[in-house]
Design a binder for this molecule. Structure first.
Ligand code: GDP
Ligand code: ZN
Length: 446
């Protein structure tokens, strides 16, 4: 382990509290502990002590010392529990500075834990996600990633990729005129199994990312279909303006609705008309851009122009899920109901009376992965999903190289690229630049 300087930070959130914790990590932590306590601390023992600087006593509290490598960072770590007063904690921090500890940067404790192999990169990111979790489900998912559930699945897939790659390379090195090893059914079966596991892992990571980042919903529909009313009903606010004049909601209006802790960003678009004035066309352009980033396209129709409205949905990218809301049943008649038709779910409701709104909430929660059994869900980030998509792509390129051209070397090279993308997730081969960006997102003291 390389020698690093000693860092210190207040680990508890700013403001007053029952206790405040200051954390120290590095080579000087043991010396600092001895100075503060007046004797050598016992490892993992809570010492009650009065902490003093040159001016006299600062506060009394608990001192805990963790010897390397059995600590959060893998270095010598000192935890000081004082009263949760910012002036007290800051005075202690100044004193620690005099004793040789510099202020920690955001995420620096966790960065050291990563550099000392206490956590891999996906686990380190899960620490930040756990701290920032906006819902119980998101917190549980982050906990599972921190536990290494995501990393274990990435490792298992990597191991399988390596085995197949070794097999192909061996087949290239020992060409046999009698048997074509590259055409062996077992190799084909191995590759199919790799695709299946990478598919499953990608789906799980997408669910995990949705839990972390929330569901991004775009509301579509012609003017006066009731998009703004629906937005208001879900948001239970008057943020969106409801009027009787077609095309008044010209701007994209963003509203984040919290449905049981899941953030849903609803975007009300200008009426979907390609003709119209420059402002409307600009609204249309922005709506298309929103659709490309959406997890879910929600079409609102008034049941008069259903077929024309459904045609609008074809503008949505194939990856987005689709919900079709038949609004104003209080006018058109009928009871609230839900129907699955192919890939889309249809709901009949009234934004005005609220009938059927609960079913819509359930449908949105299901789309967010919250209504399903989330027992195995781990948290994931866009960066992980991207890496898995790349891995999946190159896996298919490897198969194509083998089946179409019987090009073993090309297939082996593609599998090497797959391995690299998987390695990016856990940080086997990460650049300093990536690490810097990841840890800068943390709070100070973590
Ligand atoms: P948007 O242009 O799609 O955003 O539509 P608005 O939300 O602005 O609604 C257009 C008009 O339809 C307003 O007068 C709303 O009050 C009315 N409206 C919306 N939803 C319903 C509904 O479920 N029932 C009835 N009767 N009127 C509705
Ligand atoms: Zn509107």
């Amino acid at each position: 382990m390389s020698a690093r300087d000693t860092i210190a930070a207040i680990a508890t959130p700013p403001g007053a509290g029952g206790i405040g914790v200051v954390r120290v990590s590095g080579d000087r932590a043991a010396d600092i502990a001895r100075t503060l306590l007046g004797r050598t601390p016992r490892v993992r023992h809570a010492h009650f002590a009065t902490f003093s600087d040159a001016d006299g006593p600062i506060d009394h509290g608990l001192l805990l010392f963790f010897a390397a490598p059995a600590s959060y960072t893998g270095e010598d770590v000192l935890e000081l529990h004082l009263h949760g007063s910012m002036p007290v904690l800051q005075r202690l921090l100044r004193h620690l500075h005099v004793l040789g500890a510099r202020p920690a940067r955001a995420g620096e404790f966790t960065e050291r834990a990563f550099l000392n192999d206490k956590l891999d990169l996906a686990q380190a990111e899960a620490v930040a996600d756990l701290i920032a979790a906006g819902s119980d489900a998101a917190a549980r998912a982050a906990q599972r990633s921190l536990d290494g559930e995501f990393s274990r699945r990435v490792h298992a897939l990597t191991e399988a990729v390596i085995r197949t790659r070794v097999w192909i390379e061996a087949a290239i090195d020992f060409p046999d005129e009698e048997i074509d090893f590259l055409a062996a059914p077992s190799l084909r079966a191995d590759l199919d199994a790799l695709v299946a596991s990478s598919d499953a892992l990608l789906a799980a990571a997408r669910r995990g990312q949705r839990l972390r980042d929330g569901l991004h919903v775009v509301i579509l529909g012609r003017p006066n279909a009731g998009k703004s009313s629906l937005l208001n009903a879900l948001a239970q606010s008057d943020r969106a303006i409801v009027t009787d004049i077609a095309g008044t909601t010209r701007d994209l209006l963003r509203e984040t609705v919290d449905l049981d802790g899941i953030a849903l960003t609803l975007v009300d678009t200008a009426g979907l008309r390609d003709e119209g004035d420059a402002i409307e066309r600009e609204g249309m352009r922005r709506a298309r851009a929103e659709l490309e980033r959406a997890d879910l396209a929600l079409l609102v129709t008034d049941d008069v122009h259903v077929d024309a409205d459904l045609a609008l949905l074809d503008a949505a990218p194939v990856t987005a899920m689709r919900l079709i809301v038949h609004n104003k049943i209080d006018v058109h008649g009928g009871e609230p109901r839900v129907e699955s038709r192919g890939a889309a779910t249809h709901l009949w409701l009234s934004a005005a009376t609220g009938a059927g709104l609960d079913a819509l909430r359930v449908a949105l929660r299901t789309a967010a992965g919250l209504e399903a059994n989330n027992a195995g869900t781990f948290s994931a980030r866009a960066r992980h999903v991207l890496a898995l998509e790349q891995a999946h792509l190159h896996l298919n390129l490897a198969i194509a190289a083998l089946t179409d051209q019987s090009a073993g070397e090309l297939a082996a090279e593609e599998l090497r690229v797959v391995q690299q993308h998987l390695g990016d997730i856990t940080g086997v081969v990460s650049s300093d630049d990536l690490l810097g960006r990841i840890f800068a997102d943390f709070c100070i003291g973590k």
